[in-house]
Every structure is written in C-alpha cells, then in structure tokens.
Design a protein around this ligand. Structure first.
Ligand code: UD1
Length: 363
C-alpha cells in the first residue's frame, strides 16, 4: 500500500511524526509532500529534525498568500504530484488550507482520501479552519476521528459510514516527548529573556486571525496579558509579530516577555515548567491538558470540549471586559486536583490509523 501524506503547517508536522514512525515499521510506502505553507525554520525545519521525521519527498514551496491564492497554489501543484505518484491513499491532516487543497486535488483525480482529525467542529463560521474541516470531511472517503465527540458530529452530518474512531495521534507524540523530557534527553527550552524557569510563569501563544488582525482587539488582549501578576512567556508566531508591527502594538509590555516559537520538545518542556497556559491554539489546549496544566483559552468556543470538563480549560473570549482581578484569578488558577481521564486515547492512535487504512484499502 502506498500512502501519500500532505502536510504544510506546524501542527501537521507534529501529527506527521507519529504517523511516519508507525509506517516505518510496516512494508507500506509512505510518501511525504510538504506544501510549503509554513517555511520559517522555527515553524517547519525544526519539527523534521527534532521529531525524527524523514525529509519530505516532495516540496511544493507555495509559501504565504491570501486564502484563495495559497489554497489554489497547492491545488495546482498537486495534480502533477498525484499523477506521478498514484498513491492508494492521500492522507490529509487537521484543518489548514493545505488540508482542504490536498483533499480536493485527490478527489478530483479519483484517488481515495483519508482525513486525520476528522469531525472537529467549532460551529464558528468566521474561522477559516471550520470551512476547511467541513469541506474536507465531506469530500474524504475515510474519516479518522480523534474522539467520540468528533464521531457524533460526523454522524449528525450523515457521514457515519465513512467514520472510524482512531484516537488522537497528538497523544502519541506528546506523551513520548514528555517521557524523553523527564528522562533528561532534551536541553532546557529557549524561553524568552526575562523568564526564570525556576519561578512561576505562564506560557502564552496567540495567532488566530480573530485575535490578531483587529488592532483594537489585539491591543486589548496584550494589555490583559501585561496586567497578569506573574511573568508571561509569549512565544510569538510570525503572524502575531507581523500584525503587531502593522498595528503599532508593543508586545513586550508589563508582565509579557516575548520569545520565538519553540521546537516541539522545547514546547512540551516549557509547558511542564510553567504554572499554566494562556492560548488560542487548538493543539496547545490539548498539550496543556495532557501535561496536567490549567489552560485559559482566549476564544468563545473550543473544538476540544473534553478539556473543559473539571475546568482544566476555561474559555475567556474577551479578557479585557472583565475586572483585572477576576481575569488574573482565572489565568493563574492552579491545575485541578481531580485527574481528567483519557478522552483522547492511549497514545497508540498512529498504529490504529495504519490498520484502518489497511482495512479500508481496496487493491
Ligand atoms: C495556519 C493555519 C492554522 C494553524 C496555524 C498553525 C490556515 C488557514 N491556518 O495559520 O489553522 O493553527 O497555521 O501555526 O491554514 N508566516 C511566516 N512564516 C511562515 C508561515 C507564515 O512569516 O513560515 C506569516 C506570514 O505573514 C503569513 C502569516 O504568517 O501570511 C500566516 O500564515 P498562514 O500559513 O497563512 O496561516 P497561520 O496563521 O500560520
């Protein structure tokens, strides 16, 4: 069986790591296509080297652009790749522009498509990712759902026949890297200057267009982070830096210390060193949960609803509309004492994905 993975953005590289490792132990051929959506070393190269992923077989080099230009560039470039490779499966990951373009190019050529992390829904149609998810699920042939909740969403959309519960491959990689960090196999993470890892600090990221692209909103969120009573290590995504520059918003103010995005093992180590997380990232909400840190999410909703149980994750859509003391109390709350169970699976999802692809493969 020949499986062609299409990846392009940072979170997809994290998911690719356990999948590539699972294929390595099989007779199947695994071809990696990197769209080039993310091209900064911090967002791409360090994930290949740090997670031991084989180099991409094909690089499309599409880079940044408007949604239409970026999605269209991947679509146009994929035709030739798929014609040459003729894989048994095209495997697409998550919810980025690379995901929907990879899926669409494959179905147009009558090649079977499997969607990893199918069935997530925010029901927020302002999010570019929500369109990418829905469109990808409805055109894919095999829907690999990470959770029971995702299975239910797919059933509600009439997609049960194509749905399989696979578990979440992010658990596989997160727990593997956590254990390596605990065993001292990774150097200490490069935290922003001014953050003392021996003293309490919060780890923060911010990159969603809804939070970064409106100048007033971005300014108010940064002010809220700046007002927190503990240092905040803000790992700044390039989109955040670009928008803050454009809007004249100073990121390094008050409690905020600004640093670069971290490689995956560095991120896991930083979460473990922190007293809690403040973010708008989907992946980081779950990493905080898996690493037993309280998370505060600056969004009105989350796809990962399981993290909300027992207040492991708390949604604060507009921190600046609440009194600073109340906001600070939420953001600095300790992790709950009650354990949270394992709604995302047991860390063996990638092997299950390979098995499900084998079962659904018709030679
Ligand atoms: C993309 C995904 C988002 C995911 C995020 C993870 C879509 C619609 N969004 O958002 O779901 O959570 O990746 O990081 O696919 N840039 C660089 N260097 C890079 C990449 C981007 O400087 O290597 C800057 C450019 O200014 C670019 C902007 O970041 O225009 C946005 O990049 P883009 O890939 O369009 O979306 P992300 O915000 O990264």
């Amino acid at each position: 069986m020949k499986v062609l993975s299409v990846v392009g953005a940072r979170p997809q590289l994290v998911k690719l790591a356990p999948i590539a490792a699972a294929f390595a132990g099989t007779p199947h051929q695994h071809v990696i296509v990197h769209t080039g959506q993310h091209y900064d070393a911090d967002l791409s190269d360090v994930f290949f080297t740090g997670l031991g992923i084989p180099d991409p077989d094909i690089h499309l080099g599409v880079g940044s652009g408007s949604h239409g230009a970026q999605t269209g560039a991947v679509l146009a470039a994929m035709d030739k790749v798929l014609e040459g490779e003729r894989p048994d499966w095209v495997l697409v990951y998550g919810d980025t522009n690379s995901t929907v373009a990879g899926a669409l190019s494959a179905v147009k050529m009558h090649l079977p498509v499997a969607h990893l992390e199918a069935g997530l829904r925010s029901f927020n149609r302002r999010m570019p990712e929500e369109h990418n998810r829905v469109l990808t699920d409805h055109c894919a042939d095999l829907l690999l759902a990470p959770t029971e909740e995702a299975v239910r969403h797919l059933a509600n959309e009439g997609l049960s026949d194509r749905t399989r519960l696979a578990g979440d491959v992010m658990v596989d990689i997160c727990l593997r890297v956590r254990d390596a960090v605990l065993a001292g196999k990774h150097p200490a993470p490069a935290l922003p200057e001014g953050i003392d890892p021996e003293r309490p600090f919060l780890l923060a990221t911010l990159h969603r267009p809804d939070n970064t692209d409106d100048p007033a909103r971005l300014a108010s969120i940064i002010e809220s982070l700046a007002a927190l009573p503990v240092p905040v290590a803000l790992l700044a995504h390039p989109r955040l830096i670009t928008r803050a520059d454009e809007h004249g918003v100073e990121l390094a103010q008050g409690s905020v210390r600004v640093g670069r995005p971290l490689p995956y093992a560095g991120l896991v180590a930083a979460v473990m060193a922190s007293v809690g997380v403040v973010t708008d990232s989907g992946g980081l909400q779950k990493e905080a949960f898996l690493l037993d840190r309280a998370c505060t999410t600056i969004r009105p909703e989350t796809e990962w609803v399981e993290t909300l149980e027992g207040s492991w994750n708390v949604l604060v859509p507009d921190p600046h509309t609440m009194p600073v003391s109340e906001w600070a109390k939420i953001a600095t709350r300790p992790a709950p004492e009650a354990p949270h169970g394992a709604p995302y699976g047991d860390g063996t999802a990638a092997e299950r994905v390979v098995k499900l692809l084998e079962e659904a493969h018709t030679p």
